[in-house]
Ligand binder design. Structure first.
Ligand SMILES: NC(=O)c1ccc[n+]([C@@H]2O[C@H](COP(=O)([O-])OP(=O)(O)OC[C@H]3O[C@@H](n4cnc5c(N)ncnc54)[C@H](OP(=O)(O)O)[C@@H]3O)[C@@H](O)[C@H]2O)c1
Length: 276
């Protein structure tokens, strides 16, 4: 599968998102995805499904070393002691001695970013996290982490899809050689019903959801983690890796509304970058 390289990390461009799936249904979805050829799984402490993902990792025939596994520490646990407990708990539930990528799930309004990133670096030095990164970081926060603190982060996972501009964050990450992982790449499923995408899909003999994903996969340094419980969706999303959009398709997508942020929690979301 196509992958991106950032700061020594190799990460498949397509991952399976798992938010909203728990228990046996989650284990089953992860197992089927691995069977179809997925090699990148995205979970988080907060999703309450690391145990279910761990059950799939324990049962699959795919070697652990062939799977890129991401998990995240919740923003209320960013003090070094709490992070240590969170990491221990995640690894126990995931039934693995390490994760490939450990992310700060959200910046906390009152965090000591230097201390938090210091603990992330220790996780890496201890071999518990192969690589470290952040999620929902703005350019200002990325600058602080990279240029002031000097943290060796390799990735920022943010909401990114055809209806949400992220050009400032993407330009900054590219300039630093880092990866952007797109969450909600299908707009929580709503983009499967978008009329402009459906027209492009018709021209290409694919679906609107596949067009939404191909638009992301076509961008350097960008991975996407659509959540798909259903087999047909898992397979369609894999096939989207082979879809190439032409200049007319890209122009039609460029003209779509670009300010539709779906995930913006009250109380801890950062002051987002202005678009463009
Ligand atoms: N870091 C963060 O703060 C953060 C925030 C949100 C999400 N995430 C991560 O990003 C992942 C993806 O985001 P998301 O789950 O919110 O939304 P999403 O991936 O944009 O959309 C998921 C929805 O799309 C449907 N779908 C999947 N493939 C499809 C296809 N080919 N055609 C039509 N429908 C399709 C799924 O249906 P079925 O499941 O029924 O197949 C599901 O209802 C999450 O699962 C999570 O791992 C991270």
């Amino acid at each position: 599968m196509a992958s991106i390289t950032a700061g020594g990390m190799h990460m498949p461009k397509l991952g399976l998102g798992t938010w909203g799936m728990t228990g046996a249904a989650c284990t089953d979805a992860v197992l089927r995805a691995l069977g179809h050829g997925y090699r990148h799984i995205d979970t988080a402490q907060m999703y309450g499904n690391e145990d279910a993902v761990g059950a799939a990792l324990a049962r699959t025939d795919v070697a652990r070393g062939d799977i890129h596994l991401t998990t995240k520490v919740w923003w209320e646990n960013l003090q070094p002691d709490a992070m240590r407990r969170a990491m221990d708990d995640s690894l126990r539930k995931l039934r693995t001695p390490y994760v490939d990528l450990y992310l700060i799930h959200w910046p906390a309004p009152d965090m000591d970013l230097g201390a938090t990133l210091g603990q992330m670096v220790r996780f890496q030095e201890q071999g518990l996290a192969r690589h470290i990164g952040v999620s929902n970081f703005t350019v200002a926060l990325l600058r602080q982490a990279i240029e002031e603190i000097g943290a060796p982060i390799v990735c920022n996972q943010v909401e990114y899809h055809v209806n949400l501009e992220q050009s400032r964050v993407l330009a900054y990450l590219r300039a630093k050689g880092l990866a952007l992982t797109a969450y909600c790449p299908l707009g929580r499923g709503g983009l499967a019903r978008d009329r402009v995408l459906a027209r492009i899909a018709g021209r290409n003999g694919v679906t609107a959801a596949q067009v939404a994903l191909a638009w992301l996969f076509g961008q350097d340094g960008v991975a996407a983690i659509p959540k798909a419980a259903r087999d047909e969706n898992q397979l369609a999303n894999l096939a989207a890796l082979d879809l190439r959009l032409d200049a007319d398709d890209l122009a039609a997508i460029a003209a779509l509304p670009k300010h539709e942020r779906l995930v913006d929690p009250t109380g801890f979301a950062p002051a987002w970058d202005s678009p463009g």
